[in-house]
Ligand binder design. Structure first.
Ligand SMILES: [Zn+2]
Length: 287
């Protein structure tokens, strides 16, 4: 955090330096904003091929073939979910929360993509519908579906609670789910768990101190966020122990609810959709 009383005095031209207008780091126009029309139209007559009810304070893995959709729905009450994505068959290619944030901003909605990590950096999923898109940013700077938090984890909790052992943080839930799904030893599976998309979570940074904050999610039963899989995906979703994240996480105190994951297969691929190829960088790194 920035100090209340800086050690160093402002230079004479401090106001001028601060008044410099920002520029957007990554003008995403060159990536092409996808036309969602064909993706929404291709849902006509689609077939629901699987459904998974994620119990509170637990996580589940699910498969989504390229060209299919998956939808995460609030079912019994306000609940936040922590989403991990991997390329099916290669846990080394996984969702890159940081670059997705740099490209699309702190909070995602329909039309944004979820990108994979280096050295892959290609679209993994496209968000096709978000029933909470009306929320935008509130007066606190809060918004829904963030890529600024990481996932609640027992290591941070232990540091902040003088060593308390809590085993149902999203990090642990995702670890158990991935280990169970892949057969990997627990601690090996843990290394593949990564920073998440915080589904339905309402978060921001405080204006005065820049601290990460959360507040009660505006999600209600029936709300959903829907994705189109650009590549074959293995997903994992944790129903966060924070519930709607209005007060506490990393404990059993919050009221929690399940989350529904459904996978849909369209009759025909969205018109014009082409599966993403490899990233065009040649990987020679100057040698
Ligand atoms: Zn969590």
């Amino acid at each position: 955090m920035k100090p209340d009383h800086p050690v160093h005095r402002s230079p004479a031209d401090a106001a001028d330096r601060k008044a410099v207008e920002p520029v957007i780091c990554y003008p995403v126009e060159r990536l092409g904003r996808p036309d969602l029309g064909p993706f929404l139209a291709a849902r006509e007559g689609w077939e629901r091929v699987s459904e998974h009810l994620v119990p509170p304070r637990e996580a589940l893995c699910f498969d989504v073939p390229a060209g299919s959709y998956f939808r995460i729905t609030s079912v019994e009450g306000p609940q936040v979910g922590d989403l991990n994505l991997w390329a099916a068959g290669d846990l080394g290619e996984r969702f890159f929360s940081g670059k997705t944030r740099a490209l699309h901003g702190t909070h995602l909605s329909a039309g944004d993509r979820m990108w994979s990590c280096l050295p892959y950096l290609r679209p993994m999923a496209l968000i096709t519908e978000d029933t909470l898109d009306w929320y935008g940013f509130d007066a606190f700077g809060g918004a829904v579906h963030d890529v600024i938090g990481t996932r609640c984890d027992p290591y941070t909790h232990a540091l902040l609670s003088s060593g308390d052992q809590y085993h149902h943080c999203c990090h642990s839930n995702l670890t158990r789910a991935l280990a169970g799904r892949t057969g990997l030893p627990l601690h090996e599976a843990e290394r593949h768990v990564h920073d998440v998309l915080n589904v339905f979570m309402c978060t921001g940074f405080t204006r005065d101190t820049g601290q990460y904050f959360m507040k009660a999610s505006p999600v209600r039963p029936g709300d959903f966020i829907e994705f189109f899989a650009e590549i074959d995906l293995l997903g994992a979703l944790s129903a966060c122990p924070g519930g709607d994240c209005s007060a506490k996480h990393s404990s059993d105190e919050a009221r929690c609810h399940p989350l529904l994951v459904e996978v849909f297969q369209p009759k025909v691929a969205p018109a014009g959709w082409v599966a993403p190829g490899a990233n065009p960088y040649d990987r020679s790194h100057g040698l």
